[in-house]
Structure formats: C-alpha cells, structure tokens
Design a binder for this molecule. Structure first.
Ligand code: PEP
Ligand code: MG
Length: 324
C-alpha cells in the first residue's frame, strides 16, 4: 500500500466523477514540515500554533515566533499555510500561564475567548505572523469562534496589528485571508453577514462533534457511542455546506475524521471538497477518493437516511466494497 501511495503522491485527488478534492495537511511542529513534500499535501490547512507554546517552559518572544513562522512559510515554498491563532485552554494548558480552575474546561475559557479577553499574546502573535510573511500572502484563522461578534473583534485585532506594523515600517502581506473555525454548532446559525465577511470557514470536526453530541472527545466511553457518519451529524454538516454555498464562502474540514478514508469520502459526498489531515492519511484518503463517484455515495447516504438508519457507515461500506 505504501508504494501505491507513493505512486499517487503527485496525482491530484479527483474522484471518478471528476470532482477535485483539495487535500492539505495538519501541522504544528517544525518536525512536521518535511512531510509537505513526502505526503503530497497541497499545503497546510491547519497549522496549530499552540504546539510551539506547549513545548516550551516560557512564553516565546515575538521575534522567536516570527522566525519560526517565516521558517514554516519558507518550507512551504509558496503553498498555502493556514495559521490558526493560539488555541489554548481546555486540554491544552501552558505551564507558564496562570491556571484557571474550571468545572468544565472544554466549555470554559479557551481559544479565542482567551485571545479576546487578554489580547496581549494574540497581538504579539499577529505581529509575528505579519513579519514572518514579510510581503508574502498570509492566511490566519481564529479557533473556536462561537458568534459573529467574536469574529469581528478578532478581525479588528488583525486590523490594528496591520496598522501598527505599517507604522513600524514592516512590509504588509501581499494578500491576507482571515478565516474562522466552526467548532461550535452556534456558528452554523450565525447571521448571513458573518458568512459574507469571513474569507473562509474551516470545520474543526473534533470539537464540533463533541459539542453536537455533548460527548467529551477525551472520554472514550461516551465518544465512541456517536459515529461521525451518524445521519444527524451529516445532516448538520450539509446545512453548513449550504450556508457557505449561499455566500460563496470557501469551506474546509480539518478534524481527525478528514483523515479516515470512509469518513473523508462521506464528507466529500456531503459537499466538503477541502480536507486537512495528518500527513500520513493523505495517501490512503486519496487512494479511495480516486475510485468513488460522489453522487453515488451521496445517493447511498440519502437512502440509508430515508430508511431511518442511525449511521450510514454500513451502507457506505457495502457500496465501497463494490467499488473495490
Ligand atoms: C478540531 O477541533 O477539530 C480541530 C481541528 O482542532 P483541535 O483538534 O486542535 O481542537
Ligand atoms: Mg478544536
């Protein structure tokens, strides 16, 4: 199988029905960067910037971060890298930050909530990103946006950072894309203006599924009860696809499920045509995508839903066995 994956490394992921699926990789450590070449990823769809904060025992400085991000962009050689701003709190606790004792950390003070309440670190990070881009294109996304106002406030921080950098004489990015992660069901129902203003949306499937089913992603016992291919969840994803289509907002999916071939095929069939995953998953996912007709898979999914099946997994697996 490894050889087969190597042989399709440079083949674009086009399904048998002719739909092009963009496959990018998730990264966060410098050690991930060589995988960009080897995996056939089209770019980095999710760069988890918190990993650089988590592996240290003190807060990195702005110039350290800027060097790091520049190194990432240099390695990407022009391919798109989507930097996600600091996603801490919940399971990701920095040893050098004051601990908050919360009864429900996953529902607590985390990610963009920390970034907006204590903007010092986020500002430093945004400046570091602008300096790293140094006149190149830059893509930034904010994690865990639960409502339109949070996106507006985060984008205002970016505007301020750009103004500050301009005054300081730094080159501004040649183009700038600002996106939001959709990780809480609430954002799927945000006003139309949100979808018009955000330049792209990326579904954080790990968190979205956790909040959709109210099942802790860290708790095996409850997590396993709910299949990603559950009809309710797929129907919800379909709604998100429709909302983005209404406004022409680019949409991607970057949770772990994107890296599971059967899940990836179902996501693609639901209209998610950009998937970001760990690099080792790109080969297996692409290999299956090349063989499927998404309209057929979609019909299988809809038929299973019609029959009242809880999950479409069995039906889709049966179909995929026929495809080979
Ligand atoms: C997610 O929630 O699906 C996601 C991609 O982010 P993380 O796993 O880092 O929370
Ligand atoms: Mg998340």
């Amino acid at each position: 199988a490894q050889q087969r994956y190597a042989s399709i490394r440079d083949t674009p992921a086009v399904t048998s029905c002719g739909t092009r699926i963009s496959l990018t990789m998730n990264a966060g450590l410098m050690a991930d960067l060589p995988s960009l070449e080897g995996s056939g990823a089209e770019g980095v769809g999710l760069f988890r910037t918190e990993l650089q904060f988590l592996i240290r025992n003190k807060m990195p400085t702005r110039s350290e971060l800027s060097k790091l991000y520049a190194h990432v962009l240099d390695n990407a050689g022009g391919r798109r890298v989507v930097f996600r701003t600091l996603d801490i709190g919940s399971d990701k606790v920095l040893s050098y930050m004051k601990k908050t004792d919360e009864p429900n950390p996953a529902l607590g003070w985390r990610a963009i909530r920390v970034g907006l309440d204590k903007p010092g670190v986020m500002r430093m990070q945004l400046q570091a990103l602008i300096r790293a881009a140094n006149g190149r294109p830059l893509s930034v996304m904010f994690p865990f946006v639960a409502q339109y106002e949070e996106f507006k406030a985060a984008r205002a921080e970016m505007d301020k950072a750009l103004a500050r950098e301009r005054i300081l004489g730094h080159a501004l990015p040649s183009s700038l894309e600002i996106g939001a992660m959709l990780e809480t069901p609430s954002l799927a129902f945000a006003p139309r203006q949100f979808f018009e203003e955000v330049q792209f949306v990326s579904i954080g499937g790990n968190d979205l599924k956790q909040f959709f089913f109210a099942a802790d992603r860290e708790n095996e016992r409850v997590r396993k009860r709910y299949d990603t291919l559950n009809v309710s969840f797929l129907t919800f994803l379909q709604r998100i696809v429709e909302r983005c289509e209404e406004t022409g907002t680019p949409l991607s999916f970057c949770g772990e499920d994107a890296g599971r071939p059967v899940e990836a095929v179902c996501l693609a069939a639901m209209g998610l045509h950009a998937l970001s995953m760990r690099p080792a998953s790109i080969g297996p996912v692409k290999s299956l995508l090349l063989k499927v007709d998404l309209a057929e898979v979609r019909a299988v999914i809809e038929a299973a839903a019609e029959r009242g099946e809880q999950s479409v997994r069995e039906a889709v697996n049966a179909h995929l066995r026929l495809v080979g």
